[in-house]
Design a protein around this ligand. Structure first.
Ligand SMILES: [Mg+2]
Length: 233
């Protein structure tokens, strides 16, 4: 077997706000008396990635304390409110933050369980390397994924965030394998693919919605394609 372990990103790779970020957002503001369609929110989604990128360039770790997380996300929601022409003084950003940090509003993607079980049964060790608040641990428990993902490196617990190579090195240290034996699967090229490749892991892009048509490296559109791609089954 070429690879002995697969680590996964969490947000939008294994788990997602349910039914989706745009739909949950639209549902919350509509409930608060400001009807909006999910498509209006989808149009602004690139903004979230831009905010991640900006925060990262400024070395502003946003998941490592609850205060930083709150500040970061309130800033993101405030920008959405502006773009959507919604009031910014009616507590909507706080209500959105509450909804998006409520574990009951999250689910795992349909392909996750089957893909992880196939890999595990083939003898591959599985884990998570994620920029996520510490509550990811509880979310994975809720979703029955903890036992499948035995090594978990979560920025909100460790105090380091991707794309810092240190978070990947920490995972390698815990799994006691060389990087060349390890695969990393994530949905964002500059936070997941580039840094994993830089430390010597085999990176795989998960692109369920065809967001990265120009990406030329190894990719899947469904996690169930992983065992064949990695030649483990
Ligand atoms: Mg992600």
């Amino acid at each position: 077997m070429r690879f002995r372990a697969v680590f996964f990103d969490a947000g939008e790779t294994l788990v997602h706000p349910a039914p989706s970020f745009p739909e949950l957002f639209a549902r919350v503001v509509t409930r608060e008396g400001y009807p909006r369609e999910p498509v209006a929110i989808s149009d602004g989604l690139a903004m979230v990635t831009d905010e991640f990128r900006r925060a990262s360039h400024e070395h502003a770790l946003w998941t490592t304390t609850p205060e930083r997380s709150r500040r970061f996300w309130l800033g993101v929601y405030d920008r959405f409110l502006q773009v959507l022409d919604l009031p910014r003084d009616d507590g909507l950003a706080d209500t959105l933050y509450g909804a998006f940090t409520d574990r009951a509003n999250y689910a795992s993607f349909d392909d996750v369980g089957a893909a992880l079980v196939t890999l595990r049964d083939a003898g591959v060790q599985l884990g998570v390397i994620s920029n996520y608040e510490a509550w990811l641990e509880d979310l994975l428990l809720d979703l029955d994924l903890t036992s499948l993902l035995s090594i978990r490196v979560v920025s909100g617990i460790e105090g380091i965030e991707k794309p810092d190579p240190a978070i990947f090195h920490l995972a390698l240290q815990r799994i006691r394998l060389p990087a060349s034996d390890v695969v990393y699967v994530g949905d964002v090229p500059d936070f997941d693919i580039d840094p994993a490749a830089a430390v010597g892991m085999f990176p795989v892009l998960i692109d369920r919605r065809g967001r990265h048509p120009d990406f030329t490296g190894p990719r899947v559109s469904d996690l169930r394609e992983l065992p064949a791609l990695l030649e483990v089954s």
